[in-house]
Design a protein around this ligand. Sequence first.
Ligand code: GLP
Length: 241
Amino acid sequence: MEIKVFDSPEEIASVCADEFTALLTSKENCVLGLATGASPVPTYKELVRRYNAGVISFKHASSFNLDEYVELPRNDKNSYYTFMHENLFNSVDIDEANVHILNGNAEDTAKECADFDAAIEAAGGIDIQLLGIGTNGHIGFNEPSSSFSDGTFKVKLTDSTIKSNSIYFTENAMPRYALTMGIQSIMKAKKIVLIATGASKAEAVKNAVKGEVTPMCPASVLQNHPNCIFLLDTAAASLLG
Ligand code: GLP
C-alpha cells in the first residue's frame, strides 16, 4: 500500500486523474471501477476538463460502479445512477451501453449481483478501481463485519452510514439497503486508488493503514492488495503519525 499526502483536494484530483489518463491513453478497451460520494467529485471534474481539452476519450472504455441504493428510483436525485451521469457520464463520450450501474430496483437482486460480477469478468476485469472510505471504514457499502470473500451482494446499511448519508435525503427517506460490489470483487481490481479528505476520515484511514486487517474495518483489507494507493489530504492523514 502506497500512501501519498497532499495539501488540497485539487492536488489529489490531479494525481488521481493522472492515473486514469495513463490508463485511458494506453488501453483502448479499459475497464474503469468508479465510486460516488464527495471524495471523487474533484477527480471527475478534472477528467471532464481533460476530455474537453482533447487529452482523453472514454469512447471505448467501460465502467462499473461500486454500489447503488435499493428501491430508490433510478432517476431520483440521490441515486448513484444520477450522480454518475451528472458528475461524469453526461459530460464525456462514454458509450451508455458500456456503463454498468447496479439496478437497485431489480426484482431478483441476487441475480442482478451475480450478473454484475460476471459482466466485470467478461469485460476482462477492472483496471483501476476508485474508492472513497466511510467514516466507519467501509468501502463501497461493505460495512464493518462484511466478509472478505463476498462478491457483489445486497447489504443492510449501518446506522453510522445512514447518519452520514442522510444529509443528502432532504425530500425522501434514505434507503436502508444497497447493492454493493463485495470485498472480493473490489480486491480483484488490478489497481486500487482510494481518496480520503477531511478530518472526519482520519480515524478510518488510521485503522485501514495501521490497524490489523479485520472485517471490522473493511478498508484494512487493502493492505493485502498488491497495487493500492491512498491519496490523502493532510487532515485525513493526521493520525498516521
Ligand atoms: C458512501 C459510498 C462510498 C463512499 C462513502 C464516502 O457511503 N457508498 O462508496 O466512499 O460514502 O463518501 P464521501 O466521499 O462522500 O465521504
